[in-house]
Design a protein around this ligand. Structure first.
Ligand SMILES: *[C@@H]1O[C@H](CO)[C@@H](O)[C@H](O)[C@H]1NC(C)=O
Length: 485
């Protein structure tokens, strides 16, 4: 009896022990999973690629002074209809043009080079010859109205340049093909020419734009050259600009381009959203108080927004980091990156000092974020560790960390967080981490600068689906999750 009792007790203890170990291991399993959820994106591979039709379900509630943002090269773009304009572009071309833009930004912001050295002379003999390369920068466009009566124009928007311009009749030099009818100033009752003695003309120089006087008419001629060697030369003018039915800007200063080179993929020109007084942001300050926001869609088959004024900052979960400036520059928006985390772990080798030598900017036109080599190496090594289970694929131009997901429907990818000054942590969406043409070759969507002293650029792939608020008046940049699909 006694023996039986103790063996019963023993058995009970053993059972209890088993149960408690089981519970512990269940508990362990549960924490591991919730940690995993916090540290990894678990997603369908398909979510990385655009679908073949434009998803209009992506539209959020319509805000005041808000324009739809469309990617130039995808099913939502109207720019390639009727075969008027060629908008197909290879991934390689986009990356090559992105490199050109980055080189240009680096040289323009480099402490050793004045901007006079980096902006080419405005002289038809030094203008680049017409090439078939498309502008790789500024891949997103909106539609605005110009003139009286208004004509709708599809313009790419760019926080990395200031002057807004469109191609103008009679295209005295040359115009590339565009989808919209080319703007004809002679058919608008609100068009005004700026003379070369006007201060509006002379201030172009401080924006890095050449200007000169037309010898026959004393009209102000501007000439702008972009990082990817695209150019627009024409008359500096003023016009009525219609943003929405209720938001109209009179006497808006813009370039009426007579000689435009380097295909802008069928768009009619560009909206400059930089910091200089001639930019859209500064010219409309009395209406919009120097605040705008945008959300760039996750793929080219969905839509984002570009919103001006008070309704730009209505997203509930915005976190703000101070806006900074880069010495000697009055176009770009600077911010301070102070750390990067991969899979929930802060990279020990990356701190604010990693970025302080070169400084950092946020740019809507640069595609791929460029990091100081030290930061990139640390990011890559942590990312590769988190991706060990996947077969690697060949390098792809800019990208040296690529995977072959062809055997997978779902993938798990370590999360990447960027930490900005002011305690702002921004979790990048999956489409801000990986880029690829097909499941066979999907790559880590970051690149290294040549030197730790080069400027860090927070590019548009990493900004996808984030609500990004430029509160220029308040001196801050806001980030919010899930601004668009
Ligand atoms: C603006 O200047 C151009 C070039 O000199 C000229 O052809 C055009 O008539 C002018 N337009 C107006 C409204 O003054």
């Amino acid at each position: 009896m006694h023996i039986q009792m103790s063996s019963f007790l023993l058995a009970s203890f053993a059972l209890l022990f088993c149960i408690s170990t089981l519970e512990k291991s269940f508990a362990f399993q549960a924490t591991k999973e919730s940690n995993n959820l916090r540290q990894y994106h678990f997603v369908h591979l398909n979510s990385l690629f655009p679908s073949s039709s434009c998803s209009s379900s992506a539209k959020g509630p319509k805000r005041k002074a808000s324009l739809e943002v469309v990617h130039k090269h995808g099913p939502c773009s109207q720019l390639n209809h009727n075969g008027k304009a060629k908008t197909t572009i290879s991934h390689t071309d986009i990356m090559n043009l992105d490199n050109e833009r980055v080189k240009y930004i680096q040289s323009r912001l480099s402490k050793n080079l004045g901007r006079e050295n980096s902006v080419k002379e405005l002289d038809s003999t030094t203008l680049p010859t017409k090439s078939n390369s498309l502008i790789g920068s500024a891949n997103y466009f909106v539609v605005v109205g110009l003139g009286t009566p208004k004509r709708d124009l599809s313009l790419v928007f760019d926080t990395g340049s200031d002057l807004t311009w469109t191609q103008c009749e009679p295209c005295a030099g040359s115009c590339y093909k565009q989808q919209d009818a080319i703007f004809d100033p002679s058919k608008s009752s609100s068009y005004i020419n700026i003379t070369c003695t006007s201060s509006l003309c002379t201030q172009l120089t401080s924006a890095g734009i050449k200007s000169r006087c037309s010898s026959s008419t004393t009209a102000c001629i501007y000439g702008i050259q972009y990082g990817d060697k695209s150019t627009s030369v024409g008359f500096l003018s003023q016009e009525r600009l219609t943003i929405t039915a209720t938001d109209i800007v009179d006497d808006f200063l813009f370039g009426c381009g007579q000689d435009n080179e380097g295909l802008f993929s069928g768009s009619a020109g560009l909206i400059g959203l930089g910091r200089h007084p001639i930019s859209f942001v500064q010219q409309t300050s009395s209406i919009y108080n120097k605040i705008f926001s945008y959300c760039l869609p996750s793929t080219s088959s969905s839509l984002g927004h570009l919103t001006f004024g008070a309704s730009a900052a209505t997203n509930a979960n915005l976190k703000y980091t101070p806006l900074s400036t880069i010495s000697g520059d009055n176009t770009f928006y600077g911010l301070d990156i102070v750390g990067i985390s991969v899979g929930g772990t802060k990279l020990p080798a990356v701190s604010s000092s990693t970025f302080s030598a070169g400084g950092s900017i946020i740019d809507s036109g640069t595609v791929i974020t460029r990091l100081a080599p030290t930061a990139y190496a640390a990011l890559r090594s942590a990312f590769r560790q988190g991706m060990e289970k996947y077969p690697v694929a060949n390098e792809d131009g800019l990208f040296d960390t690529c995977y072959d997901f062809s055997g997978y429907k779902e993938i798990s990818v370590p999360k990447i967080d960027f930490e900005f000054a002011g305690g702002v942590t921004v979790e990048l969406p999956l489409v801000g981490i990986l880029i690829g043409r097909s499941a066979q070759q999907v790559c880590l969507a970051f690149a290294a600068n040549g030197n730790d002293n080069d400027i860090t650029i927070f590019g548009n792939v990493q900004q996808k689906t984030l609500e990004v608020v430029y509160d220029v008046e308040g001196g801050r940049i806001g980030f919010g999750a899930a601004g668009c699909n």
